[in-house]
Design a protein around this ligand. Structure first.
Ligand SMILES: *[C@@H]1O[C@H](CO)[C@@H](O)[C@H](O)[C@H]1NC(C)=O
Ligand SMILES: *[C@@H]1O[C@H](CO)[C@@H](O)[C@H](O)[C@H]1NC(C)=O
Length: 293
């Protein structure tokens, strides 16, 4: 009898209100909620917002070996994460990484356990999944950081919940549209903050960015702009756009991943690799991508 009570208590503990709610549809991507647009001033993202942000884990932990000591990636299918190649390949040419953490809301909180705050607000467990493979773009140049893209294949499928979801790939109808003078959102983790953050980015011409910050890494395959709030993220932070259908916004889709950033006059200017220019390489290295029409 005591044993049964113990088991019952354990079950109640495991399947509290937050965890019991239904799993989301496996083909869902880029969840968009207009309520979240109202809170763009706060910069903090809630757990079910920008939930495609992935944290790259190296053999010795999250802290990486490049500038800012950390890298992010973006979940684009249950098995696939995109990240900058220079998060893995330094001059030695050997790719190094261990696993990814998905669904991280507080970067200091333990992975794999449900985290509850004193006010009773609980966040689903984040997931750690080991890497099976890292494909580095064949034209990646570690000196200029041109084509800095890696496709990471996970050893098992990510479990899709409201706090872990892939971002949609760019819709074909937008593939030819200019990336300049657009309003996008970047989200990620950063050094001096526990919680996931988000910021507007207004994109500018490459020439303008270069005239402001000569050292910023740009190429014909990047898009650049200032962050609305002066918040610098770890490399790999995904830049997303809003896909509209008629007069409603349907979902977020992936525009780029951050490959470089600089301070300029108390502002942050970032450069993002334009993902749509790499669709063939990404498709060759991933089993399924999600595109919404
Ligand atoms: C993040 O998690 C750590 C460890 O559980 C905790 O000490 C810290 O207060 C949390 N941060 C926030 C902002 O909730
Ligand atoms: C985009 O441009 C390419 C090359 O110019 C063209 O082949 C393709 O049909 C265009 N796609 C759309 C959706 O306009």
């Amino acid at each position: 009898m005591l044993d049964r009570i113990a088991v019952l208590l354990l079950l109640v503990g495991l399947f509290g209100p937050e965890v019991r709610s239904a799993k989301v549809d496996d083909n869902q991507c880029g969840a968009f909620n207009e309520d979240q647009m109202l809170q763009m001033q706060s910069t903090f993202a809630i757990p079910s917002e920008h939930q495609w942000v992935a944290r790259i884990v190296y053999g010795k932990g999250f802290e990486g070996k490049i500038r800012d000591n950390g890298c992010l990636g973006v979940l684009v299918s249950k098995r696939t994460v995109l990240a900058p190649a220079h998060c893995f390949v330094q001059y030695s040419g050997v790719a190094e990484a261990f696993s990814v953490h998905l669904g991280v809301h507080n970067k200091s909180a333990p992975v794999g356990v449900r985290v509850c705050e004193t006010d009773g607000y609980c966040v689903r467990p984040s997931q750690e999944i080991k890497l099976a493979e890292i494909a580095i773009h064949p034209d990646y140049d570690s000196r200029t950081l041109k084509n800095s893209l890696a496709v990471l294949t996970l050893q098992r499928d990510a479990k899709i919940y409201p706090n872990v979801m892939p971002i949609c790939m760019p819709p074909p109808s937008l593939l030819n549209e200019t990336l300049v003078a657009q309003t996008f959102v970047v989200a990620g983790l950063r050094v001096f903050e526990d919680l996931r953050l988000k910021t507007w980015v207004n994109t500018l011409s490459r020439g303008f960015c270069q005239s402001k910050v000569k050292t910023l890494v740009t190429s014909s395959n990047t898009v650049c702009g200032y962050h609305k709030q002066p918040v610098a993220y770890y490399l790999g932070a995904p830049l997303v756009g809003m896909q509209k259908k008629g007069h409603v916004t349907q979902n977020f889709y992936l525009v780029g991943i951050m490959i470089d950033w600089r301070w300029e006059n108390n502002r942050i200017m970032s450069s993002f690799l334009a993902i749509r220019n790499y669709m063939d390489f990404i498709r060759q290295n991933s089993n399924s991508l999600i595109v919404r029409s």
